[in-house]
Design a protein around this ligand. Structure first.
Ligand SMILES: NC(=O)c1ccc[n+]([C@@H]2O[C@H](COP(=O)([O-])OP(=O)(O)OC[C@H]3O[C@@H](n4cnc5c(N)ncnc54)[C@H](O)[C@@H]3O)[C@@H](O)[C@H]2O)c1
Length: 294
């Protein structure tokens, strides 16, 4: 690797460390507006990454939780940590792309908690494949995993929330749902476009019945996928960083503030919103350069 590339890898990792420790030392101010005491949240993909951080933020703000993941050991680990905060946190093994399992998950919520105030629809892996080699089955699998699965969870949650007269749903989308990512992510982008439009439809349909539906659009939040690809090709770090005006990768804990905001009464008038969580990625034109005039 050339020297400039190496230095920015080091700088990027330095930023990770600094930012991670800043985020993990943050505590939420317990103002009534953001207080989630007595609320019940279901978060999928809660074993690691964005789902785990979202669940942690909600628990720190007072919520009890159902933690769904195909990785039950990871979900149990998250639950043990959140129980340490004094919350009820129940880990459940659930493949969110299997409607029977998702229905059983919500039936368990009925039994354990008797209500649901928040759904964090996070789980769902991407597919990267050269578009010339994509099969119709690949595309269908992505649509099933990201759009149909998220829709079914929204519907299960919304039936209960509408009956209660209140609730908040957050779908995790991607900036790839509103702009093109390239690099073999066509089916993923198509599916995330569906998640974006589904959010708008559901928010419009449910807003008169007390249920808000919003969509967070993350990008470049460090995860095992990015780590694996950067190990295989270290020059990718520079390429990615050039597209992030903030000059660093996101960390899963970057989801914490938005999670509490959107789950709480502080966002009572926010629905149908698409909120990028991307260090400025989406705002920057591809021909731009991050930073002031030099
Ligand atoms: N990381 C990013 O930059 C980024 C950008 C855009 C969108 N997203 C989306 O955010 C979500 C979470 O991303 P992450 O970076 O935290 O990923 P991650 O791989 O770190 O974590 C994903 C979690 O979801 C679980 N999971 C995967 N498929 C599941 C299924 N079918 N049922 C239940 N659990 C399942 C995994 O076991 C894991 O615990 C994904 O939907 C991803 O597409 C992430």
């Amino acid at each position: 690797m050339h020297e400039a590339g190496f230095l920015s890898v080091v700088a990027a990792h330095h930023d990770f460390t600094l930012w991670s420790s800043t985020l993990s030392n943050m505590t939420f101010m317990a103002t009534p507006l953001f207080d989630l005491s007595g609320r019940v949240a279901v978060v999928s993909g809660a074993a690691q990454g964005i789902g785990r951080s979202m669940a942690t933020a909600l628990a720190e703000a007072g919520a009890d939780l159902m933690l769904a993941d195909i990785n039950i050991a990871g979900a149990q680990c998250t639950a043990a940590e959140l129980s340490g905060l004094g919350r009820r946190a129940i880990p459940v093994k659930c493949d969110m792309s299997d409607t029977a399992q998702v229905q059983a998950l919500f039936e368990q919520v009925d039994v354990e908690f008797g209500r649901i105030d928040f759904l964090g629809n996070v789980a769902g892996a991407a597919l990267r494949r050269d578009t010339l080699d994509l099969s119709p089955d690949d595309v269908m699998a992505m649509l099933q995993r990201l759009v149909v699965a998220r829709f079914f969870a929204c519907q299960q949650a919304a039936r209960r929330m509408v009956a209660q007269g209140r609730g908040s749903i957050v779908n995790i989308g991607s900036i790839g749902g509103v702009s093109a990512l390239g690099r073999g992510l066509t089916a993923y982008g198509m599916a995330m476009g569906g998640v974006v439009q589904m959010t708008r439809e559901l928010s419009t349909e449910f807003c008169g019945r007390g249920v808000r539906v919003n969509c967070i659009l993350p990008a470049q939040i460090w995860n095992p996928g990015l780590e694996g690809r950067s190990k295989a090709d270290p020059t990718l770090i520079d390429t990615w960083l050039r597209g992030i005006p903030c000059g660093r990768f996101g960390q899963p804990d970057d989801i914490k503030g938005l999670s509490v905001l959107l789950a709480s009464d502080a966002s009572a008038f926010i629905t149908g919103a698409l909120i990028p969580l991307d260090g400025g990625c989406l705002a920057m034109n591809a021909g731009s350069t991050a930073g002031p005039v030099v």
